[in-house]
Design a protein around this ligand. Sequence first.
Ligand code: ADP
Ligand code: MG
Ligand code: ZN
Length: 482
Amino acid sequence: MDYEAVIGLETHVQLKTKSKMWCGCANGFGAVPNSQVCPVCLGLPGVLPVANEEALRLTVLAGLLLGCEIPAFAKFDRKNYFYPDMPKNYQISQYDRPLALGGEVEFEFEGGISRVRITRAHLEEDVGKSSHFERHSGVDFNRAGVPLLEIVSEPDLRSADMAYEYLNALKDILIYGGVSDCDMEKGMVRCDVNVSVRPRGAEELGAKIEIKNLNSFSGVRRALEHEIPRQIGVVRSGGRLSQETRRWDDAAGITEVMRTKEMAHDYRYFPDPDLMPLEPSEAWLMEVRWRVVELPLARKQRFMREHRLPTGDAEVFKNDVELGNYFERVTGRSRNPKAVANWVINNLRARLAESGTTLAELKFPEAGIAELVEAVDAGRVSSKMAQEVFGEMFASGEGPEAIIRRRGLAQVSDTGALESLCDRAMAENPRSVADYRAGKTAALNHLKGQVMKLSQGKANPNLVGEILARKLQDPANSPDTP
Ligand code: ADP
Ligand code: MG
Ligand code: ZN
């Protein structure tokens, strides 16, 4: 019997706000432990939470980017459990009335487009961070109360690789929208992975096994690469799987049981009496709608369609939005978008990186690359010389035409001048001429090289090739029969 995996992900993302969810403490990473805390985020008695409005906006924005419905009514609930990193003994979350419902993530996978449905996205608060030392443990509450967006997917994923690509696509969308920086190194994205197996073709879902708190996408992939074969092994050997929560041990590369269904928590959710329900007005929603941006995949597809770029170039401009926007402004002045893309990706990007400059600091005018492409296409400058022009343009800010004129780099396309250079090269290389006429057509390249050398690289190589071929085929030009 052939088995397939069924996977659903719960992804937690820290929102990009200046302050925390219910208080004015900074939302920042890396400060001295417990230096960004106050009575509210420490859960001291008698305090009242005040919702961070930007966190509400970012949650709705994320919902809109994912194609969710934004219900007219949402509320906050208390999720009760005791854990040392959560001083209130409850986490404020959203239970049955979240801020966003439905939606989907579209992404490239295995040469096609995959779609994973989103169940819901809701807003909650992060908890503190525990550290365990040899003889004691510590809790840093700087993270407690940081706004956290939870995005729950439908069980639409079928493999470790697919889960990995989904997560990357989701991350790209959230970064594009300015919802979160999604910096994994700073723990801004964490996942719970739900996975079951079933006979391929079956409708019914198998027992759900949840792997808690993975903090990297590669960790998610590795955990699934281990867990899927483990589950299939159990059912193949006649065993039964039952609902449980497991933990991923990254160092050992295995999952192990944390708790079974019998030990499952009862969170005793109830509406938080300190917080008003959310009923967003049309004006408020409109303001958020203005912040919706083009999605990464749509942008990539548009670059391929509108500018006729190959997938690789479009991918570069999807990943580097600033560079892509620059490309679009330049290519608006050019008839050769592919050539503009080559200059932007191969030359400009490299120069920017090696000189540590940004696009905003570029000295040459925005039309520069378009003009350079035009000069090459019209045969006014060779592609080799164009490299030199570009280097100078980048360093000094002077436009390409001015550099070509001043430095005398213009390509020689004057046929009279080229004819005499070809005659000279043929006279000086009788061997090559004889070889060519004996059928060794490669000898043409040698002669062409000689002409380029005589012209100090300025001859138009296409014209030189044409002239040489014509002269070589004409016996009147033979050096042997002057
Ligand atoms: P819970 O209420 O325990 O959090 P949910 O039904 O809300 O469980 O689902 C949580 C996540 O688990 C979702 O991403 C969902 O798609 C996924 N999921 C649910 N059932 C299964 C299953 N049998 N196999 C794999 N994933 C599942
Ligand atoms: Mg869950
Ligand atoms: Zn605080």
